[in-house]
Ligand binder design. Structure first.
Ligand code: ADP
Ligand code: MG
Length: 244
């Protein structure tokens, strides 16, 4: 049942009213890979994560996780099959402590082992001292780190990260990317949305580029960076923005 790809997205479409947010999107994610998803704002990156993670169904198309179709399955079913994601707009339980937020994501097997794992992960993202503080009192960056730690809590096989480093301080950003690398070594696959091209070039083996809901390029980072359409659609705009 398992092929070389842990995830295959085939001909996925999603419209919001008259807006075609995803148009015939196909891409695949190799097992134990780190794949980057890039594209200008509004190009459909988050929408693709939403469709893949079961947040809403695609209008058309196939999504295959570990050899099993998941398109249209609800998020909790998809999560139980090992696919979890973070949100661009943070979602943690403010009225719970950091530790409680972690335990909510635990598979519910051995309470003691889970608490240990939760504390170890919180330590990894530099939140040990804050384990018993309410998430509502966390800074934006701390909340992002908590969300990142929480997504790893159930020991997922595929993790979708939607701009996980945005608002996180530079030192913790480095830590975050090292945790991604380590988790990959331990067998986890990642798809990452991140605007920092230097990070994407070094972290990812493969990049998929979206523009107006369509895949305009896919391949090794160096190859993608030299692609003329990508330079125009993405780097052109990024440079423009930086000049303003
Ligand atoms: P990205 O993450 O690449 O910045 P999004 O996937 O968030 O882009 O958005 C793609 C397009 O779809 C945008 O034009 C956005 O306004 C629109 N869109 C996304 N989600 C919704 C929604 N729930 N309802 C209506 N339009 C949406
Ligand atoms: Mg987005």
């Amino acid at each position: 049942m398992t092929g070389p790809d842990i995830l295959q997205v085939r001909h996925v479409f999603k419209a919001f009213g008259g807006l075609q947010a995803l148009s015939d999107v196909s891409f695949s994610v190799p097992r134990r890979g780190i794949v980057g998803l890039i594209g200008p704002n509004g190009s459909g990156k988050t929408t693709l994560f939403n469709a893949v993670s079961g947040f809403f169904p695609p209008d058309r198309g196939e999504i295959v996780l570990d050899g099993r179709p998941i398109a249209g399955r609800p998020a909790w079913t998809v999560a139980r099959r090992g696919l979890v994601r973070t949100f661009q707009v943070i979602r943690v339980f403010g009225q719970m402590t950091a530790l409680e937020n972690m335990l909510v994501a635990a598979p519910g097997l051995d309470a003691r082992a889970e608490k240990e794992r939760a504390l170890a992960l919180l330590g990894r993202v530099g939140l040990s001292r804050h384990a018993n503080e309410y998430a509502a009192d966390f800074s934006y960056g701390m909340t992002k780190l908590l969300e990142f730690a929480r997504v790893l809590m159930p020991g997922p096989s595929l993790v979708l990260l939607d701009e996980p480093a945005a608002g996180v301080n530079p030192r913790m950003r480095e830590t975050l990317w090292s945790i991604v690398r380590e988790s990959r070594e331990a067998g986890t696959t990642f798809v990452i949305i991140e605007h920092d091209m230097n990070v994407m070039m070094t972290l990812c083996e493969r990049l998929t580029v979206l523009n107006y809901g369509e895949v305009i390029a896919e391949g090794a980072p160096e190859e993608v960076r030299r692609n003329k359409d990508v330079v125009e659609a993405y780097f052109g705009k990024t440079a423009e923005r930086a000049e303003r």
